[in-house]
Design a protein around this ligand. Structure first.
Ligand code: FE2
Length: 135
């Protein structure tokens, strides 16, 4: 099966730790996508994957935010606000899911993919000179 989101150099920031985490995140999203589209509607597995995704997203955001603080990144507040908004949205999805919503996955998948790709290529890219300066 082809992958839903494929890693490419367009997504590489050149900071190994961050690139590795973004790759893991993409794998997790692909896993969610495959489960949603497997046709089996395995709610238990889906719930587990969504929970795992949120845990990893939180871990990843904290990694970036700690680096931003350490390097005195000038746009930290705006960037963190984007992370917080994403987590809030993802938690809304998670909650609706737990209440048994079945139409949500497709909507959720589009949101996650668009957000991640745009965030990496736009917002994340801006901290690269800062992270490189202190590394
Ligand atoms: Fe970010």
């Amino acid at each position: 099966m082809g992958k839903w989101i494929t890693w490419s150099n367009d997504l590489a920031l050149g900071i190994d730790e961050i690139d590795e985490q973004h790759k893991v995140l993409i794998e997790i999203l692909n896993d969610v996508y495959d489960t949603v589209n497997s046709g089996t509607r395995d709610e238990k597995r889906l719930k587990k994957i969504v929970d795992g995704m949120l845990r990893y997203v939180n871990f990843h955001f904290v990694t970036e935010e700690m680096k931003m603080i350490k390097t005195n990144y000038s746009d930290y507040k705006t960037h963190k606000a984007q992370h917080d908004a994403f987590v809030e949205k993802a938690m809304e999805f998670q909650a609706a899911f737990r209440e048994g919503s079945t139409t949500l996955p497709e909507e959720m998948m589009g949101f996650l993919k668009d957000w991640l790709v745009n965030h990496i290529q736009g917002t994340d890219r801006q901290y690269v000179p800062y992270f490189n300066r202190k590394d």
